[in-house]
Ligand binder design. Structure first.
Ligand SMILES: Nc1nc2c(c(=O)[nH]1)N[C@H]1C(S)=C(S)[C@@H](COP(=O)(O)O)O[C@H]1N2
Ligand SMILES: [Mo]
Length: 300
């Protein structure tokens, strides 16, 4: 069912790299393939080959472990990810502390191969494993008045060398409108290439919202709060002119300091041509409706 929304990006479309391959998931994914090519994104899909494990896990942004791309791989090993629990509170029927392993035993993990576009104008293609955020929110029972979902990353000065520096207001915070959070493309990732997600990528679970700039995809989540008002978010608090609450990938709305029209695909090599950035990162068909009537240059 949910595979309908994967925009056909499965290993069936690409040259496998000898990485993990779940037959059942691939076959399920193929069932949706016709749908999305009919939606007209066949060209973009044919270019989609997932980045290597090495690329995905050694070029990271996780400022709690330092601001250089190599820092998270070097230092995130210190993060204790077991046991792990998530506080779900605010406007929910069943607020409380949810044990991560208990959540896993309730929900189905599937593979989603998504484009990933950082606001810094680089991109990758990542074969995530995870579950739909909607399924977790359903477990907690979303109440009528809820309009937004706020997320928080763990704040562990003893394990996170980067939080000594006031680069951002810690804990790292992010947020989505409730309809964005419930959209079937929005997942909580728990793995990559069928292996548990490495610490530098946000273990044990991180958000992935493929049509938004990467910084919305908050890592190592310990708290989810359903709210009535738009929650404050770390990058927006740091610089509201440069980082909007929505931060949908949009080649027509430039960052004040650089163009967003093109992107550099990680692993493309030194002389690779920059690629055009796609509206909503290529997921326009699925998500444009969420923003009908909104001025995307104002609500950036
Ligand atoms: N807690 C936390 N989450 C975070 C970040 C961060 O610094 N801290 N960086 C964001 C940014 S800018 C990006 S591009 C992605 C990077 O994810 P990746 O390292 O798995 O590619 O994580 C996002 N989530
Ligand atoms: Mo980013």
């Amino acid at each position: 069912m949910a595979h309908r929304w994967t925009n056909t990006l499965t290993h069936a479309d690409v040259t496998p790299r000898g990485a993990f391959l779940n037959r059942r998931q691939v076959i399920a994914g193929m069932a949706g393939a016709g749908l999305a090519s009919a939606a007209g994104s066949a060209l973009a899909q044919s270019e989609l080959e997932p980045n290597s494990w090495e690329e995905i896990t050694s070029y990271n942004n996780y400022y709690e472990f330092g601001t250089r791309k190599e820092d998270p791989a070097l230092y995130a090993g210190s993060l204790t990810t077991e046991p792990w629990s998530i506080e779900i509170d605010g406007l929910v029927d069943r607020p409380g502390t949810y044990d991560f392993s208990a959540i896993l035993s309730e929900l189905t993990i599937e593979e989603r191969i998504y484009r990933f576009r950082c606001v810094e104008a680089w991109s990758m293609v990542v074969p995530w494993n995870g579950f739909e955020l909607a399924d977790l929110l359903t477990m907690a029972g979303v109440q009528d008045g809820a309009k937004y979902v706020a997320f928080e990353t763990a704040y562990r000065p003893d394990e996170m060398p980067g939080v000594r520096y006031p680069v951002l207001e810690w804990p790292y915070r992010e947020g989505l409108r409730l309809d964005e959070a419930l959209h079937p493309l929005t997942i909580m990732a728990t793995g990559i290439y069928g292996k548990p997600i490495p610490n530098q990528n946000g273990a044990p679970l991180r958000l992935v919202v493929p049509w938004k700039y990467g910084f919305k995809s908050i890592k190592s989540i310990v708290r989810i709060t359903l709210t009535e008002a738009e929650p404050p978010t770390s990058w927006n608090m740091a610089n509201p002119r440069e980082y909007g609450f929505y931060s949908n990938v949009n080649p027509e709305v430039d960052h004040p300091r650089w163009s967003q029209a093109t992107e550099r695909r990680i692993g493309g090599g030194l002389f690779a041509k920059r690629e055009p950035t796609l509206m909503f990162n290529g997921y326009q068909q699925e998500v444009a409706g969420l923003y009908a009537g909104m001025d995307l240059s104002k609500n950036f």
